[in-house]
Structure formats: C-alpha cells, structure tokens
Design a protein around this ligand. Structure first.
Ligand code: HEM
Length: 476
C-alpha cells in the first residue's frame, strides 16, 4: 500500500525515532498548507491520503484536516489502549458529533456517560444470540426471494441490490414493516444522508443548515423519514397486537427499573431507530457486496464455498425444497468457510474504515503528547492491510482465518466492529445476516466477474465503491 511519494515524505520517522522521541515532539506526518493544513489533499482523495499516512513507519502520524488536529494510530497496542484500557479518557470525536449530531444526537451511537450506559444495558438483550436467532429464518427467506427475482438475469448491480435487501431485513426486524417493492422514505433518507457525508466533498464539512442542494436534499429526506417513523410509532401505540421487534422493546424500555416501562419519549425512540437503521443496513450491505465481488473475481475460492454449501445444506438435486436447502442459524456452525469468507471480506474492505475518538484530557501515546480535543483516527483500512500482521495483506485468502492464526493475531489487528465498551452492538446480528444472505445467494448462483479489481473506493460515512459493483450470475 505504501506509495513511494509518501515513503519519501516519511524520512526520519520510523520505529527507532518513535522509541527515542520524548513527550512533546510532534509525530511525523504529511506537510500541509498553513491554516488549511492537509484539508485539500484530504478532500481530493481521502483514501490516498490515508495511504500516505500509513506509509510512515512510525505508528503515530499527525495531520490537519479542516480545523482539527488529526492523529492516526496504526499499532494494535495503541488502538487497544484507546478503545479498551483508557476508554474513560476518550469520547466520540467532534467531527462525528457535529456531523451525525445534526440528525440523531439522542441515538446510542452519540450518547455518552451514564445516559449511554443505561441505554446500552437496556438494549443489549435485544442483541443476544437467542434473540437474534429468531430472525434467521426471515433473513434467509428474504434473500431467497431476492434470488427468485434474479432468475433469468445475466448481471446484477450487487451493491444496490444488497442495500435494498439489508434495509428490507432491518425494517422487518426493527419495525415489523415490510418495505419490499415499495417506495420508501427510509430508503430515500439513507441515500441522501450518504451523499451528504461523503468525506471527499466539501458538504461533509459544512453545517446542515447551509442551504446547499445536497443539504436541502438531505433535510427534506430526513423530514420525510421522521414523518414515516412517527406514523409507524403512532400506529403501534394504538395497536393491541403482539409484536416481537426492536420497536416493541424501545416502547417498553424500563430505564429507571420501576417496572412501568414507557421510559422513552418520541424523540428518543426516533433517534434510536434512526441510528439502528443507518448503522445497521449500509454496513452489512457493503460486507455482502464486497464478499460477492471478491468471490466473483476468485473462482477457485468460490468453488470451495459451493462445495461446503452443497455438503452441509444439500445441493437440491434430490428434490429437496428451497426451505430445506436454505441455511439456518444452526447450519452456520458447520459452514466454516462461509464464515472465513465474510471475515476476510471485512478485513480487506472494512465498511467502517476508521473509528474516531477524542481525548478529553492531554494523553501520551507512543511517546507523543496528544492534546485534549485532537481527532484520533484508528483506521481499520490501514491496520487490516498491515504486513506485520497479515502475509500478502492485499490478497483475498479466506483460508488464512484458522484457529491458530486467530490466536496469534494481536487483539486489535482486526476490529471491523470496533472494540471495548462501545463495540458494535449489532455485531452478531450483522455477522449472522451476512452469512445467511451470502450462503443463500451462493447456494442459488455462481457469481462471475464483471466489476474487476482494483475497486475505486470512496470514504463516505462508510467505505463505498465509487461506482456500483456489478456481478454476473449463473444459476447453479
Ligand atoms: C457489517 C456490519 C457492521 C459493521 C462493520 C459495524 C461497525 C461498527 C463499528 C466499528 C462500531 C463502533 C464505532 C465506534 O466505536 O466509534 C459500531 C457501533 C455501533 N453499531 Fe455497528 N456495524 C455493523 C452492523 C450493525 C448493525 C446490524 C447494527 C444494528 C442493528 C449496528 C448498530 C450499531 C450501534 C447502535 C453502534 C453504537 C454502539 C454504542 O456506541 O454503544 N451495527 N458499528
């Protein structure tokens, strides 16, 4: 990944320099313009900028973007300190608070302190394994029905298809709403917000009230989303039916433990739903799209996956029904290679390409003093491709994920779901969904290469392909 340019710029840094540095020295980093710092380099191509930073040998790299001092940490031990050991010294970075806070400041993602703890504890049981497994059948069925729609097609824009599918699955699990085949305020809001927070465009750095066309589109989509959610919540409150989805949990949430439930007002419910919908669908859709893209471009790996699926689930050739060959939550224990494919896709193309934090006091990391308020970036994009932890790091090798390899890997050399107390609450949900959907689709089709590597990527809220990813389809 290291570019020659960046490596030249890194002269004088390196592990030795790190060891000899004294607190107060500024970590190395790309030269920037006075005032603007590295903003223009960053805006022009955020991923290239990350790669430049990663080319410094030092594990701590500094830069300036907009008005903020940026520090990138590349060593798993430093990442573990920030996320786990010294977690109490950090909070959500202001670039995240300012951006997402304009849309949903009361959701779990942005809450801090006791408030966050109370909500996280109350919501956690909805993400326990036994609870999530009750969604498994629906997830595989939705994927199977999508596969029915694909019959007779040569090519699909898999990135678009997966986004629709994961949103349909999440709307069903969160709200018990079936948005399949419908125009949806939820879908429009998702698209407008992604566009608004594209890190490679100036709009990501402007407040939402500035009346640019992108901001106007975003505000309109959010207000339609709000209307649609308000309707769903009002209908639910008026209904005396039995529901078993996340909305019912939110409506009954008993934060003060007095047994009365009903602790959340409409705004808090809306902010939580918004957060789950947005944190949950795009990330999982990207995991699936990148996995399909990787399989399509590595036929020998795909053949191994097909072999495993046929062995565990049956290949349908003996007249078994679709219901019987569709994977279940229990089958996932036997589908090791499927799990390895998903893990490897998340390594190479982590949808959350960095985690941001901000120290609330001056801290010392890697021998450097980092002032309170700096924006600390813990970039999965960089760490997951570091050849200190991964042989041939840019290659797609699902079989690298043996038990021994996992045991030997430093704890935070792989963290697609973050870590510490703020790790992704939806991790199990996402992994189960990704495996069930990919397993179901790969059971029905062989993917063939249409979009080929290298992928053009763009850093939006998540790591997005610049152009839709297309894969060819061959029915099996
Ligand atoms: C492959 C899919 C997913 C990836 C890669 C992913 C990644 C992440 C990461 C890296 C974080 C930590 C961010 C930080 O510490 O700053 C996070 C937090 C979070 N994720 Fe996920 N996520 C995924 C799926 C989901 C799903 C399916 C849901 C919900 C249904 C979800 C809900 C959340 C929430 C609410 C938080 C904030 C948790 C807290 O602060 O307590 N995510 N996710």
């Amino acid at each position: 990944m290291a570019t020659q340019d960046a490596a030249d710029g890194a002269e004088g840094s390196g592990a030795e320099a790190l060891r000899e540095s004294t607190p107060g020295d500024r970590p190395p980093g790309p030269d920037g313009l006075p005032l603007a710092g590295n903003t223009f380099q960053f805006l022009r191509d955020p991923l290239e900028f990350y790669d430049r930073c990663s080319a410094y040998e030092d594990d701590v790299v500094t830069y300036r973007v907009a008005t903020s001092d940026g520090v990138m940490l590349k060593h798993p031990a430093d990442i573990e300190r920030v996320l786990v050991t010294d977690d109490a010294d950090y909070r959500r970075a202001s670039i995240i608070r300012n951006a997402l806070g304009q849309i949903a400041d009361g959701g779990l993602f942005l809450m801090e302190g006791e408030d966050w703890q109370a909500h996280r504890t109350a919501l956690q049981p909805s993400f326990y394994r036994d609870r999530i497994e009750t969604y498994a059948d629906m997830m595989a069925r939705f994927a199977d029905e999508r596969a029915d729609e694909w019959r007779g097609r040569d090519t699909v824009a898999v990135s678009e298809e997966m986004r629709t599918l994961t949103l349909e699955i999440l709307a069903k699990t969160l709200l018990d709403v079936d948005i399949r085949g419908q125009e949806s305020a939820i879908r429009d809001a998702a698209a407008a917000i992604s566009e608004r927070f594209d890190a490679g465009s100036l709009s990501a750095f402007l407040p939402l009230w500035v009346p640019t066309p992108v901001n106007r589109r975003c505000r309109r989509a959010v207000s339609q989303f709000d209307e649609s959610i308000a309707e769903i919540v009002a209908e639910r409150r008026a209904s005396d039916g039995e529901f078993d989805d996340l909305l019912s949990i939110l409506l009954d949430l008993d934060l003060d433990g007095d047994g009365d439930g009903g602790g959340l007002d409409e705004r808090a419910i809306r902010d939580h739903l918004f957060t789950f919908l947005f944190a949950g669908h795009e990330t999982t859709a990207l995991t699936l799209s990148y996995a399909a893209f990787l399989l399509a471009n590595h036929p020998e790996k795909q053949a191994r996956l097909h072999e495993e699926l046929d062995e565990v689930l049956g290949d349908g050739s003996e007249g078994s029904s679709a219901d019987a060959t569709r994977p279940s939550a229990a089958d996932l224990f036997e589908l090791d290679y499927l799990g390895q494919v998903v893990d490897e896709a998340l390594r190479l193309y982590p949808p959350a390409y960095t985690v941001f934090r901000e120290p609330t006091r001056d801290v010392e990391i890697g021998g450097y003093e980092i002032p309170a308020g700096s924006t600390i970036s813990l970039p999965q994009w960089v760490v997951h491709r570091d050849d200190r932890w991964y042989d041939d790091p840019d290659s797609f090798r699902p079989e690298r994920w043996t038990d021994d390899f996992r045991d030997d890997l430093p704890e935070y050399a792989y963290y697609p779901f973050g870590g510490g107390p703020r790790h992704c609450i939806g991790m199990r949900f996402a992994l189960m969904e990704a495996k069930l959907v990919l397993g179901t689709l790969a059971q029905r089709f062989a993917f063939e290469a249409v979009t080929e590597p290298p992928l053009d990527l763009s850093m939006q809220i998540t790591l997005q392909p610049e152009e839709p990813i297309d894969v060819g389809l061959r029915e099996r």
